[in-house]
Design a protein around this ligand. Structure first.
Ligand SMILES: C=CC1=C(C)c2cc3[nH]c(cc4nc(cc5[nH]c(cc1n2)c(C)c5CCC(=O)O)C(CCC(=O)O)=C4C)c(C)c3C=C
Ligand SMILES: [Fe+2]
Ligand SMILES: [Fe+2]
Length: 334
């Protein structure tokens, strides 16, 4: 029985929580420092004992990197804020429109805002007794997928009345994802005015050690690229970007590859980033701005960065289908 004075309990609903990495609230060094402090303190991201890592993080990295990163963010910042947050919000709104009233779609970030715990609480307060947690990483990685789920489960651990939850599996080899990428790359190549000598698929890097420890991320990236190359009927060269710190990271590196290509006679390049579901600092600044500079500086003549799936019709149709499959038995969707 509901006690007298208890707020009315709304009818049970189903929620979908899109989760991406996170981004600073502003393109200034203070906001970037706050964001990096949280991000780089995650033990799933930097797997060095905290007693060794925290003095390096607080004493060196957070005193130097925020200013540099803030400058990079300021080059891609939009009227709607950070591209990663703005695009994730658009994806959430587009999916809400596609699902209609049967499902409530919301979004959150693993680091910074909107916080996962807050959005789970908001879904619960709207009556969602079942929630699909959807980390938007096609390729599984402990540093991305697992930590997003960990954070959501930590929020559930503090709730008396938990919703039932499901988590979105990786979709790196899903034919719907591969076909969405194929369509997007073909449209991107149509839109540029040159035929590239080579197409690069740049994925975010990870320390090499995580591959040796059994993280499937590297294999997932290679499989995505193999399937995409076959779907396009083109050779795709895989590279890994955004190296951080002194440890050995997955190779070949995107930046050194771009510098070497003109020397191999490949002066026209197109580059796609299939692992990012939304354009962000790592694609818009690192690839599209700095990547172009280093390629052209090394003698490249034509450079094109092809956008991520973002909230494109083809990307949203793919996500809608993949998410609907995970909602089977919870809600019947048209
Ligand atoms: C040890 C450091 C890092 C690991 C491991 C790492 C893995 C990883 N990251 C992404 C996706 C994104 N990373 C982004 C930014 C970013 N990444 C790192 C470091 C590591 N990433 C840093 C320090 C930064 C911040 C920017 C900077 O100072 O260089 C972003 C973009 C965020 C944005 O605001 O736009 C994304 C997305 C993946 C997929 C991944 C492992 C597979
Ligand atoms: Fe990263
Ligand atoms: Fe970067």
């Amino acid at each position: 029985m509901i006690p007298a004075g208890h707020p009315p309990i709304p009818p049970a609903k189903v929620g979908v929580l899109l989760i991406n990495l996170g981004t600073p609230d502003g393109a200034d060094a203070r906001a970037v420092k706050r964001y990096l402090g949280e991000f780089l303190s995650d033990r799933r991201v930097v797997e060095i004992p905290q007693i060794v890592w925290q003095p390096i993080l607080r004493g060196i990295i957070l005193t130097t990197r925020p200013k540099k990163s803030a400058h990079a963010y300021s080059q891609v910042w939009t009227d709607a804020g950070s591209p990663l947050a703005a695009i994730t919000a658009q994806q959430s709104a587009a999916l809400q429109g596609a699902f209609g009233d049967g499902v409530i779609v919301d979004w959150a970030m693993r680091y910074g805002n909107p916080a996962i715990a807050d959005r789970i609480a908001a879904l619960k307060s709207q009556g969602c007794e079942r929630i699909l947690l959807a980390p938007l990483y096609p390729q599984y990685c402990a540093a991305t997928t697992a930590t997003a789920n960990d954070k959501a489960f930590a929020a559930l651990a503090a709730m008396r009345w938990q919703p039932a939850v499901r988590t979105l599996p990786p979709y790196h080899d899903d034919p719907l994802y591969i076909d969405a990428l194929r369509q997007s790359v073909e449209a991107g190549l149509q839109a540029i005015d040159f035929e590239p000598d080579i197409l690069l698929a740049s994925f975010h890097g990870m320390p090499q050690r995580t591959l040796e420890l059994g993280d499937p991320y590297h294999c997932h990236c290679r499989k995505t690229a193999r399937l995409l190359g076959a779907a396009l009927g083109r050779e795709l060269r895989v590279t890994f970007q955004s190296r951080f710190g002194r440890a050995k990271w997955l190779e070949p590196a995107t930046d050194t590859t771009l510098e070497a290509l003109p020397g191999e006679g490949k002066r026209k390049v197109a580059i796609v980033a299939p692992g990012f579901s939304a354009d962000c600092l790592e694609t818009l600044e690192e690839l599209s701005i700095r990547g172009r500079e280093s390629f052209e500086g090394a003698g490249g003549t034509h450079f094109a960065y092809l956008p991520c799936l973002n909230s494109s019709d083809v990307g949203m149709a793919m996500l809608r289908s993949i998410l609907s499959r995970e909602l089977a038995g919870w809600v019947s969707l048209p």
